[in-house]
Design a protein around this ligand. Structure first.
Ligand code: SF4
Length: 193
């Protein structure tokens, strides 16, 4: 996976506009998997996922500090596209590369049978892991049913912690009041804090 060059050498459509730099954390110990979207430019440059304002917000949602978050004994991180996909004309991030999940997701997930909880972040991960994603709000609002219906590993849908979703968070206060306490309780149980 680290050596993959598919989006550069055999892309579907336009090639990746830079050299591939797959960013993920695969772990034989982590009980929690963060199924996220795609690295941003900061992660692409540093090689470290979620070391940006989205990461700050995600750690606050989880109730963990950086040391706990970056401990592969606690969290694995598997974006839907492992490489930064580049920017669109409005300087937003492009969607995750569509080549990535069909090639790598199943073997990567199969290599972590110990995972007990998958945090499914954003619409692309909702589509892959839950088969739904037309409405991010409807999917996240249904979190109790999704969490309790899933067998091991259990699945909990979340919005992306990007600043772009700050308006969504204001419009949906139930997320912080109802979902986040359950998320933190699950995290505390699984990583032992
Ligand atoms: S995004 Fe995925 S498939 Fe594309 S080059 Fe990176 S690792 Fe390979």
């Amino acid at each position: 996976m680290r050596a993959c060059r598919v989006c550069r050498d055999a892309p579907v459509g336009k090639p990746l506009p830079h050299e591939p730099r797959p960013i993920f954390v695969v772990s034989a110990e982590a009980k929690i998997l963060i199924a996220s979207q795609a690295p941003g430019i900061r992660a692409h440059l540093s090689g470290v996922p979620f070391q940006d304002p989205s990461g700050v917000r995600l750690r606050q949602w989880l109730g963990v500090d950086e040391a706990a978050f970056y401990d592969p004994g606690n969290f694995a991180i598997l974006p839907m596209g492992f490489c930064f996909p580049g920017h669109d004309a409005q300087k937003g991030d492009l969607p995750p590369r569509r080549e990535c999940a069909p090639i790598w997701r199943e073997p990567a997930l199969a290599s972590m049978p110990q995972v007990e909880l998958i945090l499914v972040i954003g619409i692309y991960a909702h589509q892959y892991h839950l088969g739904r994603g037309a409405s991010m709000t409807d999917t996240v609002r249904d979190w109790r049913a999704i969490l309790h219906a899933s067998e091991r590993p259990r699945v909990l849908p979340l919005p992306h912690p990007s600043w772009r979703n700050s308006g969504w968070l204001k419009k949906n206060p139930w997320f912080e009041i109802e979902l986040l306490p359950e998320l933190r309780a699950q995290v505390r149980t699984l990583i032992g804090t």
